[in-house]
Design a protein around this ligand. Structure first.
Ligand code: HEC
Length: 131
């Protein structure tokens, strides 16, 4: 009689053990809210050319790096990305980026009208296909 009772108990323990394992794997491997929202390639092309140089983890521009790090942005969760996009949108509307001082020596760093539009649309959350 006692042996018979042991079987369901073992099965139950095995079930919980497996269940816990499966759940662990899911939480480690899948972050759908980040993966679905990669920066579109036509937006990324502009960022790489006009913004990335000052805003990346290895940048020598300490202040720029501190304020915005694209590598960190891409690895961030969606809520954080949205907050950063709002800041980017604001900086672009004000004409703060790229910094005027930098453009004095490097006028080719200025955003073209199309590039500015691309970044404005993207940072405002408008989904648009490349022109
Ligand atoms: C020459 C280097 C340089 C380039 C190029 C540059 N930035 Fe910046 N960025 C900075 C610096 C420096 C700061 C910090 C400014 C400050 O705090 O006064 C900054 C700050 C910012 C901020 C934070 C603003 C805030 O108030 O929090 C955003 C957003 C930003 N940049 C976006 C961009 C975008 C988008 C581009 C490309 C169009 C760009 N930057 C290009 C140097 C640069």
């Amino acid at each position: 009689m006692k042996k018979l009772l042991l079987l369901p108990v073992l099965a139950l323990v095995a079930f919980f053990f497996l269940h816990a394992k499966v759940k662990d794997n899911i939480s480690i491997d899948v972050k759908p809210d980040v993966l679905e929202d990669q920066i579109p390639s036509h937006v990324k092309a502009v960022i790489d050319q006009k913004c990335y140089g000052c805003h990346n983890a290895d940048s020598k521009n300490e202040k720029g790096k501190e304020k915005l790090d694209w590598d960190d942005f891409e690895a961030s969760r969606k809520a954080k990305q949205l907050a950063t996009m709002a800041k980017i949108n604001e900086a672009l509307i004000k004409g703060d980026m790229p910094p005027a001082k930098f453009l004095e020596n490097k006028p080719e760093g200025k955003l073209s009208k199309e590039e500015l539009e691309t970044l404005l649309d993207w940072s405002a959350g408008k989904k648009k296909s490349p022109k």
